[in-house]
Design a protein around this ligand. Structure first.
Ligand code: AMP
Ligand code: MN
Ligand code: MN
Ligand code: MN
Length: 280
């Protein structure tokens, strides 16, 4: 079992726990090194660092950036970023502003099928009004009885092809990778199996990402089956990517993996932290 978790969310984006409660939970569950990787925002890192210092665990400054690539949404995690690097903070703000318009579009789509008040309803589930996402709509729809849990509400309403889906343009891949790398961080492709890319398209993505300066891919994540972890471990080895791991924890009862519950890497992976100075 790994005591490193490099992907999770707080109330700053679509998690259910504040940065402090998230760090406390991680510490209690044996995590020694934690990256907070909120969607498109770094506003939780200061609070998380205070909590991490109090718990004597290492906090890695992280973020998960929403990217559009060839018409698909791809998530790029940044690790050891500088959260004050202006191109990064400005880029993230632009993405968050776009989310507000997209939320309106989602609400308009839901209205067409008779679901009223979803924008205000979703905002009630948002931490600080800075960032709104589909998960907030999902929690509103569950609360209103449209589905029994967040997972099924996504399937029924919020994914591509379903009535509450609104297409959206996120950041460009090259921008996201350069904001991360130029701020001193490492760029990681989050949960690569989730995108269901065919072999050639996946190959293109991995090559383009590597050419732009990306260095790692997530091998261990709640989104991957053991077979997918093995598959992406092989991709990492073949293409000299480092391997990352993270629970993608969003909250108790909503996530498949809890913090501090990650299986080891398949043999032969080089961890993304191989050259970090960590106190284990
Ligand atoms: P957004 O960035 O607003 O499009 O929302 C993406 C987030 O929605 C992801 O980070 C997950 O937290 C959540 N999500 C996406 N797809 C699903 C799904 N099928 N089931 C549950 N949660 C999902
Ligand atoms: Mn999320
Ligand atoms: Mn993601
Ligand atoms: Mn995530």
């Amino acid at each position: 079992m790994l005591n490193i978790d490099l992907h999770c969310h707080s109330t700053i984006s679509d998690g259910l726990l504040t940065p402090t409660l998230l760090v406390d939970r991680a510490a209690k569950r044996g995590v020694k090194t934690l990256a907070l990787t909120d969607h498109d925002d770094v506003a939780g890192l200061d609070e998380a660092r205070i909590a991490a210092d109090a718990q004597n665990i290492t906090l890695i400054n992280g973020v998960e950036i929403s990217v559009s690539w060839r018409g698909r949404t791809i998530h790029i995690v940044g690790l050891n970023i500088d959260p004050e690097y202006t191109p990064l903070t400005e880029g993230l703000k632009t993405i968050r502003d776009g989310r507000a318009q997209r939320a309106q579009n989602i609400a308009d789509e839901l209205e067409k099928i008779g679901i009223k008040g979803s924008l205000e309803g979703a905002y009630k589930h948002v931490g600080e009004r800075r960032l709104i996402g589909r998960t907030h709509f999902a929690r509103f729809l569950v609360e209103q009885g449209y589905a029994k849990n967040v997972k099924s509400v996504f399937k029924k309403y919020l994914i591509k092809g379903k009535p509450g889906y609104a297409p959206h343009d996120w950041a460009a891949l090259n921008d996201a990778v350069s904001w991360i790398c130029d701020s001193g961080g490492k760029a990681v492709i989050a949960h690569p199996a989730r995108y269901n890319l065919g072999k050639n398209v996946l190959d293109d993505l991995l090559h383009e990402f590597r050419d732009l300066g990306g260095t790692a891919i997530e091998v261990i994540t709640a989104s991957h089956t053991p077979e997918q972890a093995l598959h992406f471990a092989q991709h990492a080895k073949d293409m000299n990517f480092l391997a990352s791991c993270g629970s993608d924890f969003h909250g108790p009862g909503e996530s498949f993996f809890d913090l501090g519950q990650l299986p080891d890497f398949p043999a032969g992976c080089i961890p993304v932290w191989h050259d970090w100075k960590l106190v284990a």
